[in-house]
Design a binder for this molecule. Structure first.
Ligand SMILES: N[C@@H](CCC(=O)N[C@@H](CS)C(=O)NCC(=O)O)C(=O)O
Length: 281
């Protein structure tokens, strides 16, 4: 698996590299960004945090706006931010080019329905191809965590709850907690997965958290002034399910914060510290 470097920037002593590669999973050229702290080397592979972004984002939003890189350098953590969907002229998009489905809105699922299934295999891309590629080309250890925002918060929770030993911890900002029951999720899942709602459940954190398995450490921050809180994000569904299962979810409702990267940048340090604490020494 080969990768091509598009851009490289020195930042806070570490290196931010933007790459692309031909993905066999989503069948198109995919772009991703990687921050490597200065402490990383072949002799000293570092733990890695996968960051999944939200609707309309690319691999760039988090790296530019979250303010994470100074702390990642201090803690010696690599960060990988993939794109949020397959892209390219032959990748189908929403018929009205809406922001909440199609390009920029892969929802981290494996589509089963035409015409989406040929490219929209973002679950497998994040779970299998991307980590293999990162391990092959960058000095990262086998310790990994996953985090994300909104659609990416949903993705992070789902990936972690379905792969509880692959990740050491999970966190999310403003995640879509119960997508089978909100407008964003219903639109995306009915197109990508079809009308049988039983097939949707494997991609719903509030359902997956009830399954038996290791209770991997989970941290969530939600803004109390988030415009999407009630209709789309529904953290109460996740909280209720966690409570029923006695799942130790660390949940923080932050008064007045909205859905933007201003909110993420206010608390990203806590999330990086949280993941650092759960990487094995
Ligand atoms: N009103 C927004 C809805 C999408 C949105 O809020 N996207 C969030 C994730 S769900 C985001 O991170 N946007 C990009 C950014 O703020 O850099 C839009 O149309 O762009």
């Amino acid at each position: 698996m080969t990768i091509t470097t598009i851009n490289q920037h020195k930042v806070f002593g570490g290196n931010l590299t933007q790459c692309n590669h031909q993905s066999n999973t989503v069948n198109c050229t995919m772009r991703f960004s990687v921050f490597m702290p200065s402490s990383a080397s072949k002799e000293n592979p570092v733990p890695v945090l996968y960051w999944l972004s939200g609707l309309t984002c690319t691999d760039e939003n988090f790296m530019q706006k979250a303010g994470a890189l100074r702390v990642a350098e201090q803690l010696g953590i690599a960060i990988v931010a993939p794109d949020t969907s397959p892209r390219g002229t032959d990748v189908p998009d929403d018929s009205n080019q809406a922001y909440d489905f199609g390009l920029g809105a892969g929802f981290y699922v494996n589509a089963s329905q035409a015409p989406w299934q040929q490219h929209y295999q973002m679950y497998d891309y994040i779970r299998y191809e991307l980590p293999q590629l990162i391990t092959q080309h960058f000095p990262v250890s086998a310790q990994r965590a996953i985090s994300g925002h909104s659609m990416g918060g949903h993705g992070a929770l789902v990936l972690a709850l379905r792969n509880r030993d692959f990740y050491s911890s999970v966190s999310a900002f403003s995640p879509i907690c119960h997508p089978v029951n909100c407008p964003w999720g219903e639109k995306a899942f009915s197109h990508y997965l079809g009308d049988n709602k039983d097939d949707w459940q494997q991609y719903d954190a509030s359902i997956l958290i009830s399954k038996t398995g290791r209770q991997l450490p989970m941290l969530v921050h939600q803004g109390g002034g988030d415009e999407f809180l009630e209709q789309q994000l529904q953290p109460q569904a996740l909280l209720d399910a966690a409570k029923r299962k006695h799942y130790p979810l660390e949940f923080n409702m932050m008064d007045g914060y909205d859905h933007s990267y201003y909110f993420i940048s206010s608390f990203i340090e806590q999330h990086l510290q949280f993941h650092a604490q759960h990487f094995k020494r």
